[in-house]
Write a protein that binds this ligand. Structure first.
Ligand code: GLC
Length: 756
């Protein structure tokens, strides 16, 4: 080989090496996807497939299934909702239940409850458990976790999602994804991306800056892809910066695949596909639940040359990588045993016990000292309300659900007198009979029912202690529509006020998924506990915490505002947008595929002008005091912090910031402290929120025990997204390290400096 050729060869080799290095550096992906190992085998398979077989793989053939290639022994692909319980079997091509007997699943605590554990190891166990039930049911891909950022306190799916903070959401997404996939079930990270509201979710066009998208909304997806090798992603219904997610080349091709190294398959949300050529070219692999756009229309597009066979083969490869890796469950084994098994129920209990947040405990009414009471009155419809079903795709036909009332009854036995009053009527859309067109929509926000209130007062007056159980339910917080208020429904504020007039000893338990207005509750309750939509074992977990068998260790994954108007999207008038209703500009019947055009003026622009200031980033930067801050959670003891120090004064890009702090349990109860680390930029040239969570650790401590906690922050994670350079950049300068028990309870600070 002469010199010139040798030089060209070496240049080419060098370029390939640099490109790979660059992609490794930018993707900082620990390891390439395991799915890459099938590529040669898939090329062989593709060479044996007919065009018709390839084109048959890109759309739903049943409500939750897409086609394989029977001639080549490639099984159909089975999807299943939802993020906190395997949805019941439906009839092949309808939303109607199939009416099986053994598809009764475990109802796991919902997203915000899991997030309140602040525990990626718990998220892993959660994933293993729900994954096991998915495989029992013959599923290949779980349509979860639901990991959009909780931008709106009233978001219909805020209860499904994890947190307002990208770092906490990302840590939990990684744990959940690793857990599910460890048992051979694929996850489907949803909804990619920026599906942060339910109102107009099928039309809203999110206008968001690249920096806010990268630093706030994408991290849960990025981490689950890069660190947990997620095998599935669901394209969201909405648009981002003018392009439908299911055909958004920047999101699906440039960021997800090219930059993050995603090698799995992208499935549309159900009814969320909007074109044929753009969708298939810009990254969508499977349209669900039918072939409205990727069925016959795609065949025609290939024949006309509008879509090349290279694109078709690329999409087939995406699907086959997952199909070859996720072993199909033989029909002879699927759905043959009861879905909900004891080991999963135990996991549901463990998650629930670690999710419960003690918001307030003046007078130390908790844990309940039963020797002090002869009678306890449990008051509130939510004490008996079940929350497994509802919320459309996230509903669970569960084997059982222990309500707060049942949990307490089971644990209390006959040790003392327990009375009950409904107090208020939990909201139900059809609660007052069939909906009358032309009448105002039924609202959860109605005055108290006088008879129920009076009965509650009578019962409260006769008891030593009142356990008031309030909150929302799965009809108030649901997919498909956002709440219009964070007010407690059904006149609960009136009820607790009336109860307090006759009995000041009130412990309030809030059963809800998202933030609620607790001003009145706070005024009349000595103790307040957040108990979430907490799964099949939620009632037992609650009773064990209230009775002191376990100390609470949960912490808020979102800010609890004094009022809704304090939260960023409301304060800036960015939400709600005009218009309403769900659905794309063409109503598509999800069963028979018939279209009926609804000309909807596209007035639904969602301006994310708060940029990075989501949740506590807004409250702390704008110095707005919340009722309870992000990360807040008390327990039955107290902790002291001392001696915070960093191992170095100066750090550079490829180093890891290490800090240590001493934490002491100064009380008489064994409990975990959740030590949180935030960073604050000092005189930076670039704008940053007041503080940002960058590390946290659970610290189990016996009464009187002291331990030294270490927290690591890769300096990599302190970069910001530079919109001019369109890449991550690390700014030199001083950073204050804030360590404490919540975003509003910083106990120790120290300073470090970032140098190149
Ligand atoms: C729904 C939801 C999605 C769910 C899918 C299938 O509309 O947005 O989360 O997995 O359809 O039920």
């Amino acid at each position: 080989m002469n010199t010139l050729k040798k030089m060209i060869f070496l240049l080419l080799v060098g370029m390939i090496f640099v490109t790979n290095l660059q992609s490794q550096l930018t993707s900082n992906r620990a390891t390439p996807s395991i799915l890459n190992k099938y590529d040669a085998q898939i090329d062989e398979i593709i060479s044996n497939m007919t065009l018709e077989e390839k084109l048959g793989m890109f759309y739903g053939i049943r409500m939750f299934s897409s086609a394989g290639v029977p001639r080549l022994g490639i099984a159909d692909f089975e999807f299943a909702d939802g993020p906190f319980g395997i949805r019941e079997e439906l009839e092949a091509n309808s939303w109607s239940p199939a009416g099986l007997g053994n598809d009764l699943a475990t109802f796991f605590p919902t997203g915000s409850a899991l997030a309140a554990t602040w525990n990626p190891d718990i998220a892993y166990k959660y994933g293993v458990a729900i994954g096991a039930e998915g495989r029992l049911r013959g599923k290949d891909m779980l349509l979860g976790p639901a990991i959009n950022i909780q931008r709106l306190p009233v978001g219909g799916r805020t209860y499904e999602y994890f947190s307002e903070d990208p770092f906490l959401s990302a840590r939990l997404s990684v744990g959940y994804t690793k857990g599910v996939q460890s048992v051979g079930l694929a996850v489907c990270l949803k909804h990619f991306a920026l599906n942060n509201q339910e109102n107009n979710r099928g039309r809203v066009d999110v206008k968001v800056s690249q920096r806010a998208m990268r630093e706030i909304y994408l991290p849960p997806f990025e981490s689950a892809v890069k660190e947990a090798d997620a095998w599935g992603v669901m394209a969201a219904y909405n648009k981002v910066n003018g392009f439908w997610c299911s055909e958004n080349e920047i999101l699906q091709e440039k960021i997800l695949r090219d930059e993050w190294g995603f090698r799995g398959l992208i499935v549309s949300d159900w009814g969320g596909t909007h074109s044929t050529v753009n969708a298939i070219k810009n990254g969508l692999d499977i349209e669900m639940p039918n072939g409205m756009f990727l069925g016959k229309a795609l065949v025609d597009s290939v024949k006309s040359g509008a879509v090349s066979i290279d694109v078709i083969n690329k999409r087939v490869k995406d699907i086959l990588r997952v199909r070859l890796h996720v072993k199909p469950v033989p029909a002879s084994e699927a759905n043959k045993t009861l879905t909900s098994q004891v080991s999963q129920q135990r996991t549901a209990y463990e998650v629930a016990t670690k999710s419960i947040v003690l918001l307030k405990n003046e007078n130390s009414l908790l844990p309940l000292d039963l020797k002090k009471y002869k009678s306890i009155a449990i008051i509130g419809d939510n004490a008996q309300q079940k929350n497994a079903t509802g919320g459309v795709g996230a509903g669970v036909k569960t084997l059982y659900e222990i309500t707060p009332y049942q949990g307490l009854r089971d644990r209390l036995g006959n040790t003392l007198k327990v009375t009950y009053a409904r107090g208020y009527k939990s909201f139900s859309f059809f609660g007052n009979g069939p909906f009358q067109f032309g009448q105002p929509l039924p609202s959860p926000y109605v005055p108290a029912d006088t008879a129920l209130l009076n009965e509650a007062v009578r019962v409260a007056q006769a008891a030593d202690l009142v356990l008031f159980v309030g909150g929302t339910n799965r009809e108030v917080e649901t997919e498909g529509s956002d709440r219009t208020s964070i007010q407690l429904p059904s006149g609960q504020d009136e009820v607790i006020k009336a109860i307090a007039a006759v009995n000041p000893n009130i412990v309030t338990v809030i059963v809800s998924g998202g933030p609620v207005d607790l001003n009145t509750i706070n005024q009349y309750s000595s103790s307040i506990v957040m108990s979430w939509f907490n799964g099949s074992e939620g009632g037992h977990a609650l009773a064990d915490i209230l009775l002191g068998k376990l100390a609470p260790v949960g912490h808020l994954p979102f800010t609890m505002p004094v009022k809704l108007e304090d939260s960023p999207a409301f304060a800036l008038g960015n939400y709600p947008q005009a218009g309403g209703g769900f659905g794309p500009d063409v109503f598509v019947n999800l069963v028979d595929g018939n279209q009926s055009a609804i000309a909807v003026e596209d007035r639904n622009i969602a301006k994310y002008s708060e940029e990075l200031l989501v949740g506590y980033r807004w409250f702390d930067t704008k110095k707005i005091k919340p009722l309870f801050p992000f990360g807040h959670g008390l327990t039955y003891t107290d902790f002291e912090y001392a001696n915070l120090k960093a191992t170095q004064e100066k750090y550079s890009l490829n180093e890891t910031l290490k800090v240590s702090v001493d934490v002491k349990n100064t009380g008489k109860y064994e409990a975990d402290e959740l030590v949180q680390l935030y960073v604050h930029r000092v005189k930076s040239k670039i704008f940053y929120p007041e503080k940002e969570l960058k590390a946290f650790a659970h610290v189990p401590l016996k009464a009187g025990e002291t331990t030294t906690v270490t927290l690591d922050v890769p300096v990599f994670s302190l970069r910001y997204w530079d919109e001019k350079k369109n890449e991550w950049v690390l700014e030199k300068g001083k950073i204050e390290i804030l360590v404490g028990a919540s975003s509003g309870d910083i106990r120790q600070t120290t300073g470090i400096e970032i140098v190149k």
